[in-house]
Write a protein that binds this ligand. Sequence first.
Ligand SMILES: *Cc1c(COP(=O)(O)O)cnc(C)c1O
Length: 379
Amino acid sequence: MSIDYQSLAVKGVQALTPYQPGKPIDELARELGLNPDSIIKLASNENPLGPSPRALAAVREALHDLCRYPDGNGFELKQALSARFGVKLSQLTLGNGSNDVLEVITRCFADQQSEVVFSQYAFAVYALVTQAIGATGVSVPARDYGHDLDAMAEAVTDLTKLVFVANPNNPTGTVHGAKAIGAFLDRIPARVLVVLDEAYCEYRQADDAVDALALLERHPNLIITRTFSKAWGLASLRAGYSISSAEIANVLNRVRQPFNVDNLALTAATAVLDDEEYLQRSREVNAEGMKQLETAFGKMGLAYIPSAGNFIAVDVGDKAADVNQSLLEQGVIVRPIAGYGMPRHLRVSIGLPEENDRFIESLARALDALPAAESGRGV
Ligand SMILES: *Cc1c(COP(=O)(O)O)cnc(C)c1O
């Protein structure tokens, strides 16, 4: 008799749908017989500038040490982070991307008896890691695509161990200001941990940008997570971190794998923290590209969700899947988000000006090919 090995997996894992990443350029090239150089990818919120020259130079130097294990404590990167943010080394936990940290947090603090609260349309990884450990995910209906923080606070029960808040959120780009986040934290019992996922915090321009580090002093149950994958331009190297109380960091550091961040990632991340010019350019290119897309959507009569990230979700109508297919055939990769319960939207990462132009032209062509009633354009 043959054994059904899938049925041996723990219950949460059996029902798990894997995270759907943006389509890689080479995969689309293979599928459609396109030249990879002719394809643009605006699907994974990557930094369109390419990596910082300082990060590249540091990585080249570090190649000679590939035979050695990395520093499992990440001392130099932690020192650089500590100097930048004025936190103690003992408050930092490094991860193989911040996804790793999110998973470690969940495994450390929730189990099969726990509830984990997050918002509808929130970053998919929260629901995924919650389900993988067999905890119960509580998805709180969004308000105008953003987190309904009042409803989330009300969703906390005696069983709740963790609350995830993405600020800004992916894929919607919605964001809450300092006052709203502070008031929310005031309502959460100290025994419940709040993860404030700030993967896009470097892009924020508003005056009321959350000073999460100041909140940490008043709320010892707060864990801030950040990443080098977006504004810092190192998505391929996998480096993220959390800032928390030293007590919580101590717990997380017990569970993470001893060498979870490799030496190239540590080296590049440390080097790029010194490259203020790169960060500044990332911000500028993003702000300009965002305007470029918003203006184009306005002219095309397409509704979009105002975004504080390096991406924007645009409503292209009932036939979003067809629009996406047409974009792919034109060599433009964006991210359909039907899996998030947003079947009319496509999420587009902000690219270089010429990439944004190419996307806008391709989108116009895709919409023109649809019957007028289905194009999502307002009257
Ligand atoms: C991209 C992203 C992350 C970080 O991913 P890593 O590459 O693993 O650091 C975390 N949270 C959100 C909301 C994101 O969009």
